[in-house]
Design a protein around this ligand. Structure first.
Ligand SMILES: C[S@@+](CC[C@H](N)C(=O)[O-])C[C@H]1O[C@@H](n2cnc3c(N)ncnc32)[C@H](O)[C@@H]1O
Length: 248
């Protein structure tokens, strides 16, 4: 499936659960520094576009482009791996929750580096040996998600491609943007089909794994097993689940 095709298939209800999480947006916008012109790559519906700068968006999926709100930044149909801009066209380039979808993330990051002075990327540290076990959803219910990491570049490799430093991003317990890990302290949310439809991982594992995971989680919530296994999470305000900002 080429870039954009996945979201042309699954993206129609994206905005039901996916929106700006203000505390994470503030981190991204601070990392953009004094950039006046910003390229947002894999922009989707534009959730993390800073309102006070001159933004240009790049998004390959027509279904996602069509959901950008009226007045959103202009959006170009293109992919990260081949950005249709001159060298150093922007003060900064950003990419939020998208590089795991790129066919060649290193090539895409190098393109961002080519067209912008500063690069800011929000992604996962999936190579950490503990990643698979860190989040109860993937550890206990949906281990198939880890299959999608095979052959993908490490966080270190991604950072090296743009000469970036990495900063951890903790996920608030009431995270407003419904990405995969957002409901780590609200497990019932994953029983809601709308929540699952907003996250590509659920579609990618296929209906059998999805239904098995949902059944098993529902049973564990009813029996108290989930609460017993995850009682250490219940008092946390924010969790470290491997999300990272790369800033280069
Ligand atoms: C999870 S969505 C994130 C959208 C947006 N950044 C946000 O935070 O809401 C991932 C987006 O990456 C886009 N995408 C997939 N492959 C891409 C590529 N090769 N280059 C740029 N964007 C891509 C998808 O079409 C989709 O809109």
């Amino acid at each position: 499936m080429s870039s954009g095709q996945l979201y042309d298939t699954i993206g129609a209800t994206y905005t039901v659960t996916r929106r700006t999480e203000p505390r994470i947006a503030a981190r991204v916008w601070a990392a953009l520094g004094d950039a006046r012109t910003v390229l947002n790559v894999g922009a989707g519906t534009g959730s993390y576009e800073p309102p006070d700068r001159d933004v240009t968006a790049v998004e390959p999926s027509a279904v996602m482009r069509a959901q950008r709100p009226a007045g959103a930044a202009p959006c170009v149909a293109a992919t990260a791996e081949s950005l249709p801009f001159e060298d150093q066209s922007f003060d900064a380039a950003m990419a939020f929750a998208t590089i795991h979808h790129w066919q060649d993330p290193i090539a895409g990051l190098r393109e961002m580096r080519r067209v912008a002075r500063r690069v800011v990327v929000f992604t996962h540290d999936t190579t950490d040996a503990g990643w698979r076990c860190r989040f109860w959803l993937t550890r206990d219910y949906l281990p198939e998600i880890a299959d999608f990491l095979v052959g993908r570049p490490s966080l270190t490799g991604l950072a090296r491609a743009i000469g970036a430093r990495t900063e951890p991003v903790l996920i608030p317990w009431d995270c407003a943007d419904g990405f995969l890990e957002a409901y780590w302290r609200r497990p019932e949310a994953y029983l809601d089909e709308h929540v699952r439809r907003g996250v590509s991982g659920w579609a990618r594992v296929g209906p059998d794994a999805e239904q098995r995971a949902v059944r098993s989680l529902r049973d564990d919530l009813a029996s108290g097993r989930w609460a017993e296994r995850n009682r250490d999470l219940l008092d946390l305000e924010a969790a470290e689940l491997g999300l990272r900002l790369l800033i280069g």
